[in-house]
Design a protein around this ligand. Structure first.
Ligand code: HEC
Length: 412
């Protein structure tokens, strides 16, 4: 298929007709424009022209949920779904779903469960089904949990369906999931109160490690606004509070400065260097760095809000596993860190820069703090350009090289 111009005449034409119809807000939307275009679709044979018409209609009906299927549609769809152009076939299917065409839905369901079909085709069928609000999909998704190629997509899709059996089926398979599947699993379990309670029960029963619940997920659970969930979260995961007014203001200020436009000018290699100097002592990213804080590789680090929240107000969400303890020794030394091991005779504590093993005989007092080991004000110490580069580096999908000659300069 030839490369198409950006916007062609027939596309604009279709869009204009659709948009000329009264908006969805009108009580009885007049969709005669769409009906005319569908008739036109059924009557032309040129694939480029069909494609442009389809795109124009789809653009014009974006966000509409009340669409009635035009009378000419089934015939048009039968024709379009036999088109030699894959683009035309796929756009036609999207439109069929927007019209709630039962033929298209049935076709997709068949592809979804067809083990002989290509995984890509099955996953895209799944995406279309979920997007079009297909009902009763959960039982089919449950079966897909045992197919490695489909598992991630099924785990994510299950968030859209409040099926009672879902949490049990996910928790039961949790230990065999890959790292990224685990994130999908937790994302879905955190998506509604009934699932969340099952998730927190699994954490309590140690079927899911508390460490797998990130600060991001913890906030998401709190945001469900369910008292039972919030109470259980505080018990099995750790402290979480709303950011203070001050922190909220600070986050808003940062968001004003770090606009997508400004972030575009970032230097990711330099960002890696900033990470190395300010964060990697405690955090691993792409297999490199310390283990005091959570590994950030699989975190929500591409989400600006999440990074700013955690970097500007670290103590708003602290998992029990990362709670700081302050220890006073009989010799008067004060040590702050995370207790990693406690035996009958000794205490192993990870401070920001060393692992200290203390004999219990030397411990005068220990005090658990709700403050994070992650220091406040880390970003405030950096220049505007350093923060920009760091944020964009955190949002990369793959490791980038350090700036040339950085190894010599980067020693702390
Ligand atoms: C002295 C150690 C330390 C340093 C330095 C540090 N962190 Fe942290 N960080 C932690 C600990 C411990 C946690 C877990 C407890 C918490 O959430 O506060 C954490 C949590 C986080 C989280 C949330 C992770 C999750 O569970 O979802 C993010 C994001 C983060 N840090 C980013 C950064 C960035 C970016 C830097 C560098 C500017 C940085 N940290 C520097 C110790 C550190």
């Amino acid at each position: 298929m030839p490369r198409r111009g950006f916007i062609t005449g027939s596309y604009l034409f279709a869009l204009a007709i659709v948009c000329a119809a009264p908006t969805a807000r009108a009580a009885e939307a007049d969709d005669s424009g769409i009906a005319e275009l569908v008739k036109l679709l059924a009557s032309v044979d040129d694939a480029d022209f069909q494609f442009d018409l389809l795109k124009g209609i789809l653009e014009g009906i974006k966000g509409r949920r009340d669409l009635k299927m035009p009378r000419a549609w089934p015939a048009a769809y039968t024709k379009l779904s036999k088109s030699s152009s894959a683009e035309v076939r796929s756009q036609a299917r999207v439109l069929a779903l927007a019209f709630g065409d039962p033929a298209a839905l049935a076709e997709l369901r068949k592809v979804l469960v067809d083990k002989a079909a290509k995984p890509d085709a099955r996953r895209s069928a799944l995406a279309s089904l979920v997007q079009s609000g297909a009902k009763d999909l959960a039982p089919a998704l449950h079966k897909l949990l045992d197919e490695p190629d489909m598992r991630s997509a099924a785990l994510r899709a299950l968030a859209s369906y409040p099926h009672k059996a879902t949490p049990g089926l996910i928790v039961g398979r949790y230990s065999i999931l890959s790292t990224s599947e685990k994130q999908d699993a937790i994302g879905t379990l955190a998506s509604r109160p009934s699932f969340a309670l099952a998730l927190l029960a699994a954490v309590e029963q140690k079927k899911i490690p508390a460490k797998d619940i990130s600060a991001f997920t913890a906030r998401q659970l709190l945001a469900l606004g369910d008292e039972q969930v919030s109470g259980k979260l505080a018990k099995v995961w750790g402290t979480i509070r709303k950011s203070s007014d001050e922190a909220t203001k600070l986050i808003a200020q940062y968001k004003k400065v770090y606009t997508p436009k400004f972030l575009k000018s970032a230097d990711t290699s330099h960002g890696r260097l900033v990470f190395k100097k300010t964060c990697s002592q405690c955090h691993t990213l792409y297999g490199d760095g310390g283990k005091i804080g959570p590994d950030l590789t699989g975190s929500n680090r591409k989400n600006l809000d999440y990074v700013l929240q955690n970097a500007l107000d670290p103590s708003a969400a602290v998992g029990n596993a990362y709670q700081m303890t302050t220890i006073i020794t009989t010799a008067g030394r004060v040590i702050s860190g995370i207790v990693q091991e406690r035996t009958g005779s000794a205490l192993t504590i990870q401070t920001a820069n060393e692992r200290v093993v203390l004999s219990l005989d030397d411990v005068e007092a220990t005090k658990l703090s709700t403050v994070s080991m992650m220091p406040d004000g880390l970003l405030q110490k950096l220049t505007k350009e350093e923060v920009r580069d760091l944020l964009v580096y955190l949002a990369t999908s793959d490791q980038v090289p350090l700036p040339e000659g950085a190894d010599e300069q980067s020693g702390r």
